[in-house]
Design a protein around this ligand. Structure first.
Ligand SMILES: NC(=O)c1ccc[n+]([C@@H]2O[C@H](COP(=O)([O-])OP(=O)(O)OC[C@H]3O[C@@H](n4cnc5c(N)ncnc54)[C@H](O)[C@@H]3O)[C@@H](O)[C@H]2O)c1
Ligand SMILES: O=C(O)C(=O)C[C@@H](O)[C@H](O)[C@H](O)COP(=O)(O)O
Ligand SMILES: [Zn+2]
Length: 379
């Protein structure tokens, strides 16, 4: 992973995800969309680009991207899916695949994801599957997708059995993170992305967590230096881990802090607007710190510090805050048994010795875990 100024323009920074032949750049800056054509030019062939977006993002941000293609003479087609987590489904995946095949594509057609994590995960899996693998670029338009999902090559969809259970590792050729597009993002979605930003501080960067405690509101409320710094530091953290462990055979599992619990909560709510992924992660991170404190491995009081920071920006921190849910603890634990970190029948948990000291272990105290989940669900 390296950080440099791009030769293309001075209005953005560049981070490199070092993955040998699959290495790529992450460009972070303001108002990059108008120059999409020049940024993606090295990856475009005669067969052109198929842009996959969702209806909300397409209405607000697709025109500027298409204008840049037209200005540069790049051939393009578009596929628009409904906004929201339900588009990470077999039905939408099939529909998108059939629409693109009907267009008449080649192995040199470039797929572009223009949207949040839902579009990025779906489009990435479409790209991995079509003609056994097309190149794709990520243009993330939510805070969550700029700091997390567009980087690292995890692509996929949900199944009735659980979250992200069908997919592929397929790295993008480029990530273009335009922080100005976040100005149109609703506050609730900004906050969901902010939970994944906080995650990086909790994993291994306590100084970043301190910084976020001081700068959260600036990160969330305007397209300024603090937002850019938060996106850069998050992408740098993710790139560093992915470069060391692309396929999650070890260290990458740390990026799953809070997710074993969070994914179980998401599965129970049916992947809708009731509980967003980032909200579930916020709750899951609090549960992880709670159980580790109860097991005597994390300092008492840090769970409160984390929950108080998440709450201060407006994130929900307990599952009991999800409206209309009557949680069944056994069902939640049942979902956890289908986590992708299960090996030889045992879940590898992301645990913690405190802020910035996450580690993986199978040595979970199941009774204390059940108690921590119950505290989250029933107060
Ligand atoms: N692949 C990974 O490594 C990874 C990492 C983290 C999360 N994820 C996945 O990402 C998904 C969540 O992504 P998300 O939080 O971006 O949700 P999302 O893609 O559903 O986007 C959230 C909402 O914001 C709208 N939107 C997007 N950009 C906008 C903009 N600029 N202005 C106005 N509205 C905008 C969308 O239409 C949608 O309604 C989950 O499925 C999660 O599992 C994947
Ligand atoms: O990139 C990773 O690795 C992550 O775990 C990032 C997570 O924030 C993300 O939600 C990811 O999709 C979870 O992956 P999963 O393998 O647990 O489904
Ligand atoms: Zn996540």
């Amino acid at each position: 992973m390296s950080n440099q100024t791009s030769p293309l323009a001075a209005n953005h920074d560049v981070l490199r995800v070092e993955l040998g032949a699959r290495s790529y750049d992450i460009l972070v800056g303001s108002n990059l969309l108008a120059d999409t054509a020049s940024h993606i030019a090295p990856f475009v062939r005669k067969a052109g680009v198929v842009v996959i977006s969702d209806a909300t993002v397409a209405e607000r941000h697709l025109p500027v991207v298409l204008a840049s293609f037209d200005g540069a003479g790049i051939a393009h087609r578009e596929v628009i899916v409904p906004a929201g987590e339900k588009s990470k489904s077999f039905a939408v995946f099939e529909d998108v695949i059939e629409q693109i095949l009907a267009m008449g594509i080649e192995r040199s057609t470039l797929i572009m994801a223009l949207g949040g994590g839902v579009v990025g995960d779906l489009a990435g899996y479409v790209a991995a599957s079509l003609l056994r693998g097309l190149d794709f670029v990520q243009i993330p338009t939510t805070l969550l997708s700029q700091v997390d999902s567009s980087v690292g090559g995890k692509t996929g969809i949900n199944s009735k059995s659980g979250k992200n259970l069908v997919g592929a590792f397929h790295q993008p050729r480029l990530v273009l993170a335009d922080t100005a597009v976040l100005d149109t993002l609703p506050r609730r979605e900004m906050l969901a992305g902010y939970a994944e930003v906080v995650k990086y501080g909790l994993i291994d960067d306590p100084e970043f967590f301190d910084w976020l405690e001081q700068n959260a509101e600036a990160v969330l409320s305007n397209d300024g230096a603090e937002r850019r710094e938060a996106v850069m530091r998050s992408c740098a953290a993710k790139a560093r881990i992915v470069s060391q462990d692309e396929r999650e055979s070890g260290k990458r599992a740390l990026l799953n802090l809070g997710h074993t619990f969070g994914h179980a909560l998401e599965a129970e709510t049916g992947y809708g607007a009731k509980l967003l992924h980032g909200e579930a992660v916020a709750m899951g991170m609090v549960i992880a710190h709670d159980v580790c404190a109860a097991m005597g491995m994390a300092p008492a009081g840090e769970k409160e510090r984390i929950a108080s920071h998440l709450k201060s920006v407006g994130l929900p921190v307990c599952a009991s805050e999800v409206p209309g849910m009557h949680w069944d603890i056994d069902r939640l634990i049942g979902h956890m048994s289908r986590d992708k970190k299960v090996r030889d029948g045992e879940i590898t948990f992301v645990m913690t010795r405190g802020i910035g000291k996450a580690f993986t272990s199978k040595a979970m105290d199941i009774q204390k875990m059940r108690a921590a989940i119950t505290r989250s669900c029933h107060g």
